[in-house]
Ligand binder design. Sequence first.
Ligand code: S0N
Length: 272
Amino acid sequence: MERKWITLKEYSEIKFEFFEGIAKITINRPRYRNAFTPDTTQQMCDAMVRCREDANISVVVFTGEGDKAFCSGGDQNVKSFAGYIGSDGVPRLNILDLQKQIRSIPKPVIAMVNGYAIGGGHVLHVVCDLSIASENAIFGQTGPKVGSFDAGFGSSYLARVVGQKKAREIWFLCEQYSAQEALDMGLVNKVVPLDKLEDTVVEWAQKMMERSPLALRMIKAGLNAELDGQAGIQEFAGNATMLYYMTEEAHEGKNAFLEKRKPDFSKYPKFP
Ligand code: S0N
């Protein structure tokens, strides 16, 4: 089905579009199989801030322009001493900032994998909450072959997804895997024909938008907390605090302070 995506903001290296509650971030560098530079990543980070803040956005989708690649990782043309060089001339690895944003945004993030998901592009889909792939999608890490590695989410979270043995195989051998193989190892949620990919992603997004956003938020935070140590607990606790702020009991504490009286918490229920 043809949908009318509305442009939310113009960028040079990504597209940032909206359709009925769904924000779509598309890496727009098909000439390089949608490899990212620090500028591409900075633009994705900027779009993610809007995705977090904008209450009209309920689900975020990442994809790549064209039908060949989702993302082929860091742009090797700008890889230099100490990182990737963007337009400011400073070497950096800001894809790690994007990974953290994807994990911490309290909304579902779907990777719409429409071709190669390789290297840092593979990690990008791994850190998304859900991955839906087209039949032509191909998955793999290349780091040890091209002089890099991601020993963070790209390894530890991958191992939680596919298991330790398979994660080590993926990183140590640097082989490529078909969409069916990815499905078989639990690396993706669903595989569909390329011409059904966006329809399926939108269908899944619409289904999630019928569910309680607060419940989805808490589930995502809880699943992350189990893996992310103190940073994960901090995220989960932040959500608990937000819920506490919504109670009369919390209002009583604040009101008592402002009214210069002792708070009376006795009237609030103490459930077993
Ligand atoms: C994707 C592949 C398999 C596609 O093969 P295909 O279809 O045969 O196309 P090609 O002819 O190879 O490519 C078409 C044109 O696109 C260019 N190109 C492709 N990928 C890149 C890229 N990553 N950077 C720059 N250019 C790219 C080709 O050069 C070609 O151009 P022309 O027409 O001029 O020849 C295949 O292309 C492939 O294997 N690509 C390389 C994949 C790869 O190794 N990626 C980099 C892996 N490393 C990272 O991503 C590291 C970044 C990172 O995320 C990270 C994260 C945390 C901690 C550390 C790191 C880190 O390692 O730094």
